[in-house]
Design a protein around this ligand. Structure first.
Ligand code: IMP
Length: 192
């Protein structure tokens, strides 16, 4: 069975992907003994995902994937985008989403989308898989589930935010869920 490293410390992502991938042995950063923080200095999700995957590939030489994701608000010129994790200058989810609400005050166009880009390095070749989820920013936070900007993001076709939508439903329509599905389809075509 081939090994595949997840270049993430996010336990939720690891659990979700472990449930989806039967034919590959998934390894965490802990499993490979990687403890450094990987810099994400770039202005695109693609470049940051590539930076993370490449750093791990250089460290261990194993097949690896990394994802980079964020919220893009049209009236804010695509912000917070690649800066989503620290938009308010902190990594605090509530402060970050409050900054988005403050920036959007008085705006009628509240459309936004989440984007996720996965970079996979498989047998020395690099592949990208992308997912996008369109929706709008609510006037105030709703719901306690999810993380990040989920309480203020209402996906198109739903009356509730990702703060209220159960995870198993979110995974079928989310940016990350779609990108992972594409990677899984690719891996199923490989000789794993
Ligand atoms: P990561 O690089 O996938 O860990 O996420 C980057 C940042 O984008 C997170 O810290 C969140 O602020 C935001 N983000 C990405 N995906 C989601 C999501 O599914 N829900 C809420 N926030 C998200």
């Amino acid at each position: 069975m081939k090994e595949l490293v997840i270049a993430s410390d996010n336990k939720g992502k690891i659990r979700e992907i472990t449930a989806l991938l039967d034919d590959v042995q998934l390894l965490s950063l802990k499993d490979i003994g990687f403890t450094d923080v990987i810099a994400e200095p770039y202005h695109t999700f693609e470049e940051n995902a590539l930076a993370k995957a490449s750093a791990i590939y250089e460290f261990c030489g194993k097949n690896v994937f990394a994802d980079d994701s964020g919220l893009c608000v049209l009236a804010l010129g695509g912000e917070p985008g690649v800066d989503s994790a620290h938009y308010s200058g902190t990594r605090n989810d509530v402060q970050n989403l409050n900054k988005v609400l403050a920036e959007l005050e008085g705006q009628t166009d509240r459309s936004a989308y989440y984007k996720a880009v996965i970079c996979l390095i498989w047998d020395g070749e690099t592949y990208f898989f992308e997912g996008r989820c369109d929706g709008e920013i609510t006037q105030a936070p709703e719901g306690n589930d999810g993380f990040g900007y989920d309480p203020i993001f209402k996906p198109n076709g739903f009356e509730e935010t990702f703060g209220d939508i159960p995870l198993n439903i979110k995974n079928t329509i989310s940016h990350r869920g779609k990108a992972i599905a594409k990677m899984i389809a690719f891996l199923q075509q490989q000789d794993v």
